[in-house]
Design a protein around this ligand. Structure first.
Ligand SMILES: [Zn+2]
Length: 168
């Protein structure tokens, strides 16, 4: 059972290998309470099916230490201390899997969007480029044809006009 092992974060030697996936890292360390000290609502419901956030005591996380900060509320009868370390660990592992699955789906969607956008951009760029090349070529051919069409007599005329030389 995976719950029996401690779960460590991966420690890549070269950080750049995390790549784009880094943006999907959550801001919290503990998946049981998301560093709030209070066990996440949807996780509580796995253990207390008819749990009512507004009515019932708050189950506190005993996995990460954030819950310790709420422990002093025990005397007011507003917290639930039955979620012991092992239970919190199981909930943490489950939430971690859910997160990973959800982010991988999100990542795949985002990646696909980026790929589509890139394809579109590349397509429009290459379209523009081939248009331009086509036009450029046509213009060059046209200029060449115009130049070739000029007779030697015409050349002479043009030269004289340009130089301001008058024929005697
Ligand atoms: Zn926690």
């Amino acid at each position: 059972m995976i719950e029996d092992f401690p779960q460590f974060e991966a420690l890549p030697v070269r950080p750049e290998e995390i790549g784009d996936k880094e943006i999907w890292q959550p801001s919290w360390k503990c998946f049981c309470c998301q560093d709030t000290g209070k066990v996440q609502n949807h996780l509580v419901k796995l253990v207390i099916p008819d749990y009512d956030y507004d009515r019932d005591r708050l189950p506190i996380c005993q996995l990460c230490g954030e819950g310790d900060k709420l422990y002093h509320l025990t005397e007011f009868g507003v917290i639930d201390t039955r979620f012991e370390t092992l239970l919190c660990k199981k909930l943490d592992t489950l939430a971690r899997k859910e997160w990973s699955k959800a982010t991988q789906e999100q990542f795949a969607i985002a990646k696909k969007k980026v790929q589509l956008a890139t394809d579109e951009t590349a397509k429009s760029h290459s379209l523009r480029r081939s248009d331009r090349t086509h036009n450029d070529n046509r213009e060059v051919q046209q200029r060449k044809a115009e130049i070739e069409a000029i007779s030697s007599h015409k050349w002479e005329q043009m030269r004289e006009e340009y130089l301001g030389v008058e024929n005697d």
